[in-house]
Design a protein around this ligand. Structure first.
Ligand code: NDP
Length: 245
């Protein structure tokens, strides 16, 4: 099954590192013109060095004024990947309102804001489009010290379904991918490269291994593409079968 995006314009948020970075590279290889939005300028510079055609947009999605200006600056977009996300682990009783707002602002509010700007353009042009929101298995299962993260991804799943419902008549499909643990910076920062911490989670994965970045990238490409023409409002677990255990 060959997936091509020739003539399409794509925007990937959180494309400086991890899943977003590799998604942006894969989209370039599939022929899309790719805009990469992220927070750290050096990450964007190194992406442009690797792929000179890539279009960098530096922005902190926690800042709604900067986000509006940045996303409006990219112009018409056909394919949107809302990938940027953060996790600030705190035990439930210790969660501060500041942390709650910080996580929700990036993981949920920014997705709303970016998608509104991009989808309004799609509706006005009547060209349709496809949006993939990078959620998590954490929307479906609880995890210790992840109150805000789980809440944000739960909110993202159901917001995506409402988007699918309302944007579907405009030929805009909206889906989520819901990966289990992928060993990126995000997971290393919270200690999942420690076998003692990772072991109990790993033991519940029927396929016996963690998800690779490419497993997520391939699912995103499929959902963005016309091969998924009738897939709308879906949440796709990428978890090696964890949810069956
Ligand atoms: P990484 O931390 O490796 O990369 C996240 C990227 O998003 C970085 O480039 C980061 O930039 C950027 N980013 C974060 N906050 C902002 C912001 N406020 N404004 C702009 N850019 C921002 O994470 P992953 O690749 O692991 O995660 C990507 C997505 O996948 C997230 O939504 C995450 O929740 C989800 N996910 C990850 C899983 C995993 O196990 N890794 C599992 C399930 C879901 P910077 O470094 O400059 O802050």
């Amino acid at each position: 099954m060959e997936i091509r995006f020739d003539g399409k314009k794509a925007l990937v948020t959180g494309a400086g590192k991890g899943i977003g970075r590799d998604t942006a590279k894969a989209l370039v290889k599939c022929g899309a013109e790719v805009f990469v939005l992220s927070r750290t300028q050096e990450d964007l510079d190194s992406l442009v060095q690797e792929y000179p055609g890539i279009r960098p947009v530096q922005c902190d999605l926690g800042d709604p004024v900067a986000t509006k200006a940045a996303v409006e600056s990219v112009g018409p977009i056909d394919l949107l990947v809302n990938n940027a996300g953060i996790n600030i682990p705190q035990a439930f009783l210790d969660v501060t309102l500041d942390t709650f707002d910080t996580v929700m602002n990036v993981n949920v509010r920014a997705v709303l804001q970016v998608s509104q700007i991009i989808a309004k353009g799609m509706v006005e042009r009547g060209t349709g489009g496809s949006i993939v929101n990078v959620s998590s298995l954490a929307s479906k299962i609880s995890a210790k010290a992840c109150t805000t993260y789980c809440a944000s991804k739960g909110a993202l799943d159901i917001m995506s379904k409402v988007m699918a419902l309302e944007l579907g008549p405009h030929k805009i499909r909206v889906n989520t991918v819901n990966p289990g643990i992928v060993m990126t910076n995000m997971m290393r920062k919270i200690g999942y490269d420690d076998p003692d911490k990772a072991g109990p989670f790993l033991s519940r994965i029927p396929l016996g291994k963690f998800v690779e970045v490419d497993d997520v990238v391939h699912a995103i490409l499929y959902l963005l593409s016309d091969k998924a023409a009738m897939v709308n409002g879906a949440s796709l677990p990428i978890d090696g079968g964890f949810l069956t255990s």
